[in-house]
Write a protein that binds this ligand. Structure first.
Ligand SMILES: *[C@@H]1O[C@H](CO)[C@@H](O)[C@H](O)[C@H]1NC(C)=O
Ligand SMILES: *[C@@H]1O[C@H](CO)[C@@H](O)[C@H](O)[C@H]1NC(C)=O
Ligand SMILES: *[C@@H]1O[C@H](CO)[C@@H](O)[C@H](O)[C@H]1NC(C)=O
Ligand SMILES: CC(=O)N[C@H]1CO[C@H](CO)[C@@H](O)[C@@H]1O
Length: 352
């Protein structure tokens, strides 16, 4: 008994490490060891998500990968901004961004995480890593399209990715309030961004490069393209207010705040938010703002990474250091490389 208990705890620790730090593991063997234990230990899952996890332990790996993919893209897209996608408590849970309130930033991170999960599930299907899906069966080998080419190879099954990502990500949103309507909308916008950015690759067959037969398959784009697309959407995200309806006067939908026509709904592809953003200058646990004390900034930049904006007018510290690197390397016959040592005095600036 004592030994079994010990190994269970070990397993949980291993899995927590996997989700939090992303260390590589041979997951299939871990999955086989017990979905229950694993699904109970993943931090930050909602009860309905735990149920899905237990019924689909193979998919939870792809889902975790997808959440990480989305969050890494978020950090890339916002690296030069006051809010850089790091939030209070975000290291503790797969969904640590929940404390962000109803801001634009929350809208972005929900959308990009949902896109990441859609993407990773679809990719795992194509790689044959999930038991319930594979290549898109409607685009099977040999089927001739209206344009005269035929499907071939493995077309990514985006519909499966969309379906499972929706089931899993939307399972958190059970509250019938403006925030959960907002999250559901942004989750969908994220999935949609993957769907509309899918591309078709083709290969020609025929004698000496002639294209008598062309086979094509759908593929996922690089995830960066989806990140860029959602960043644009973030900049144009729409402020919405709840539209109360029914006898209970509960929010039944969200409508654009600034619109000539009343009760106008936002487009499905738009990101929406229900609360104004804080300025992210100071630490505030309530809004998930870490503040910018200690952030490095660029003294000459006029952009958001410039010290004036980044440090919110508090000023900055200057650190001088010497940067050393190898330079003017020459290859000598045979066989060694000789380099000079170059150095440069540089300065780094961090917010007070
Ligand atoms: C997915 O499948 C590939 C090829 O079959 C394998 O190399 C890879 O380790 C699998 N990844 C996961 C996360 O199971
Ligand atoms: C993001 O901001 C936080 C807090 O301001 C800081 O601790 C962290 O190092 C920043 N991350 C990057 C990648 O700059
Ligand atoms: C700082 O900003 C300037 C002007 O935008 C840019 O040319 C320079 O490369 C930046 N420096 C660093 C270290 O990012
Ligand atoms: C190339 C391409 O299809 N880009 C699209 C990616 O998704 C966004 C919507 O989120 C579209 O606006 C882009 O046109």
């Amino acid at each position: 008994m004592g030994l079994r208990r010990h190994s269970r705890i070990m397993l949980a620790v291993v899995f927590l490490t996997y989700f939090v730090y992303g260390n590589f593991l041979a997951l299939s063997s871990v999955v086989a060891l017990g979905a229950n234990i694993i699904c109970n230990k993943i931090p930050g899952l909602a009860p309905r998500q735990r149920l899905i996890c237990r019924s689909r332990p193979d998919a939870i790996v792809a889902i975790g990968e997808g959440a990480k993919l989305g969050q890494a893209e978020c950090r890339f897209q916002f690296q030069n901004f006051r809010w850089n996608c790091t939030n209070v408590g975000s290291e503790l849970s797969m969904f640590g961004y929940e404390r962000l309130g109803g801001s634009k930033e929350a809208a972005f991170i929900y959308a990009i995480t949902s896109a990441g999960v859609t993407y990773a599930i679809t990719q795992a299907c194509s790689l044959g890593n999930l038991s319930n899906c594979g290549c898109d069966q409607d685009k099977r080998d040999g089927q001739i399209t209206d344009d005269g080419w035929r499907w071939g190879g493995c077309s990514a099954d985006i519909r499966y990715g969309l379906k499972l990502a929706r089931k899993f990500m939307d399972a958190r949103e059970i509250a019938k309030n403006a925030r959960s309507l907002m999250n559901l909308h942004n989750n969908r916008a994220g999935r949609k961004a993957v769907k509309v950015n899918m591309s078709t690759d083709c290969k020609c067959h025929g004698v000496s490069g002639s294209c008598t037969v062309k086979t094509c398959w759908t593929t996922l784009p690089p995830f960066r393209r989806i990140g860029d697309a959602l960043r644009k959407r973030y900049r144009k995200s729409k402020f919405v207010v709840p539209y109360l309806g029914g006898r209970s006067r509960r929010p039944i939908s969200l409508v654009l705040k600034r619109s000539k026509r009343p009760h106008r709904k936002p487009r499905r592809s738009h990101l929406i938010y229900v609360e104004k953003s804080p300025n992210y200058c100071d630490y505030d646990e309530a809004t998930g703002s870490l503040g910018t004390v200690g952030r490095s900034c660029n003294r000459t930049s006029q952009g958001p990474d410039g010290c004036d904006l980044m440090c919110c007018g508090r000023g900055y510290n200057t650190h001088q250091y010497t940067r050393v690197w190898q330079c003017s390397c020459k290859f000598h016959w045979c066989c060694y490389v000789e380099c000079l040592r170059c150095s440069e005095r540089t300065e780094q600036y961090t917010c007070k």
